[in-house]
Design a protein around this ligand. Structure first.
Ligand code: UTP
Length: 491
């Protein structure tokens, strides 16, 4: 829906005729119940719900319905799931690849791309997730952390490095307001741009589309895979091409440790002999067979990712002779994508497969009364960016040090929460400072006994920090006090 090119009910057509035409189209797909209450609406609300119905991808839904409802033939390709080759974090000759990535940045051939359209239901933050205060000392928001990292990179490489942020219809306005209220943290107007992803209708368990109101369908953002279509349909892809951008550095809004555009990764993606230069990914070693991260693998000879919930348990737990997991590469949702690849994907009838999640969807019952279910009652359809991997020419997967790269904020508490993420940010800062010769206080168990934050504009890696101290852009503290709070930024 959303960006899917709705066929608007022509205002020239009488409302009665427009309703009849839409009802006929819906009836052909067993969805005519969506107009059950249309007669009670005033003309503008009636036309709005007609437009929403006319924008539904009904043919696509019909084609995919057996898979969506779980009545399709079970996937029998599991037998052919094999481990993926992973390039070590610091491959032979990595300086050469880092230099290639730096050259791309300097030449303005890279843009950053953040997917921030998710609903963030697990975190339960009453605003777009990117506005969440995520850093340990200053409580910078996730958006601010990325913005300042990008600012630092722009200065370092004298690069354009535009930033594209994908929102959803549900969170677009508050996201823009947040950037506006903070002056985009110094990023020049026009160099941060927003695109809005499409939506998908929510279904009941029989595949009937749900109504959230008498004049409104229940919808959800169409998944981070919707970013491919949104880039093309918003015109952003064409704009980037015109600007001379060749690659997107893709990352999620929930991971404050991510490097917004790492030269080494970009250089490997664009110039490593094993890489087709179309889509590349970073991975981390999975912590255990039950860790909830997608798993890189090869299926029928193509690189892809299997969601943890879809991974056959015996494969998830399979180990090598030395006890390491056979399928060890976990997905951290950091990718590089070439503009040419996205152009190829979006040329013609492109569609990524749907993933189905059972969710609680507030909806109207047959009498038009709003029901707020306590248990999952609906099916949410999403597409995932990583399903583009098997479509790419020779995708590479580059190993990453988890402690440097990945500490997402997914849940309100427990694992992958603000608490664990802040601890990981502090631990990383302490490690980097230690590597630069600064003494960091630790408790009896060896845990860091201080709260430390490094300004992302100053350093995005230990090498950046070393260079900042060496050049005098920042002063290395001699030592930090037990229990102290330190923000390290440049002059
Ligand atoms: P998640 O899978 O963690 O989903 O998104 P979520 O919607 O943020 O959170 P929950 O599951 O409701 O708790 C991973 C990344 O993909 C983006 C999110 O904003 C996040 O950066 N995303 C997800 C989108 O941009 N659009 C979507 O439709 C879904």
């Amino acid at each position: 829906m959303g960006t899917r090119g709705a066929r608007p009910a022509a205002s020239m057509t009488s409302l009665k005729d427009a309703i009849a035409a839409t009802r006929e189209r819906l009836a052909a797909h067993g969805q005519e119940h969506l107009l059950r209450f249309v007669g009670e609406l005033d003309e503008s609300r009636a036309r709005a719900v007609l437009a929403q119905c006319d924008g539904l991808p009904l043919d696509l839904l019909a084609r995919e319905m057996p898979t969506i409802l779980g009545t399709a033939q079970a996937d029998s390709t599991h037998a052919r799931i094999e481990p993926v080759d992973v390039i070590p974090a610091h491959p032979e000759g990595w300086i050469e690849f880092a230099a290639a990535g730096e050259a791309l940045l300097r030449a303005g051939k890279v843009a950053c791309f953040t997917v921030a359209g998710g609903q963030g239901t697990r975190l339960g933050w009453d605003a777009p997730k990117g506005t969440f205060p995520a850093s340990p000392v200053t409580e910078r928001s996730l958006f601010q952390i990325f913005a300042e990292g990008i600012l630092g990179l722009r200065k370092r490489y004298g690069a354009a490095l535009d930033w594209i942020v994908m929102t959803s219809p549900q969170n677009d306005a508050p996201t823009r307001e947040f950037f506006g209220a903070h002056g985009s943290w110094g990023l020049a107007p026009g160099t941060v741009r927003f695109i809005v992803q499409g939506t998908m209708p929510a279904l009941d368990r029989r595949g009937k589309i749900l109504l959230s109101d008498r004049g409104e369908l229940a919808t959800n953002p169409d998944g981070h895979g919707g970013s491919i279509r949104a880039l093309a349909e918003s015109g952003e892809l064409a704009r980037l091409r015109k600007q001379g951008v060749e690659h997107l550095s893709y990352f999620q809004v929930d991971n404050p440790l991510v490097h917004p555009a790492e030269p080494l990764f970009l250089g490997l993606h664009a110039t490593h002999p094993s890489s087709g230069g179309q889509m590349s990914s970073r991975s981390v070693a999975r912590r255990s067979a039950s860790e909830k991260v997608g798993v890189f693998c090869q299926r029928a000879g193509r690189v892809g990712i299997i969601e943890y919930s879809d991974m056959p348990p015996e494969l998830a737990a399979a180990v090598l002779d030395d006890g390491r997991l056979l399928h060890s590469a976990g997905n951290i949702a950091v990718h590089a994508l070439s503009i040419g690849f996205i152009e190829r994907l979006t040329h013609g009838g492109f569609a990524l497969p749907f993933h189905v999640a059972r969710k609680r969807v507030p909806c109207l019952d047959a009498d038009g009364v709003l029901q707020v279910p306590a248990e999952p009652n609906g099916l949410k359809l999403e597409t995932f960016i990583f399903d583009a991997l098997p479509l790419a020419d020779r995708p590479i997967v580059v190993d990453s040090c988890r402690d440097d790269w990945y500490a997402p904020i997914k849940n309100a508490d427990g694992g992958d929460s603000p608490t664990t993420s802040k601890a990981a940010q502090v631990a990383r800062a302490a490690r980097w400072l230690g590597a630069c010769g600064v003494s960091v206080p630790r408790d009896q168990d060896g845990a860091v006994d201080a709260v430390i934050e490094i300004d992302p504009a100053l350093a995005l890696s230990v090498d950046d920090l070393r260079a900042a101290f060496a050049s005098g852009r920042a002063d290395a503290p001699q030592s930090l006090g037990q229990g102290s709070r330190t923000l390290l930024s440049g002059h």
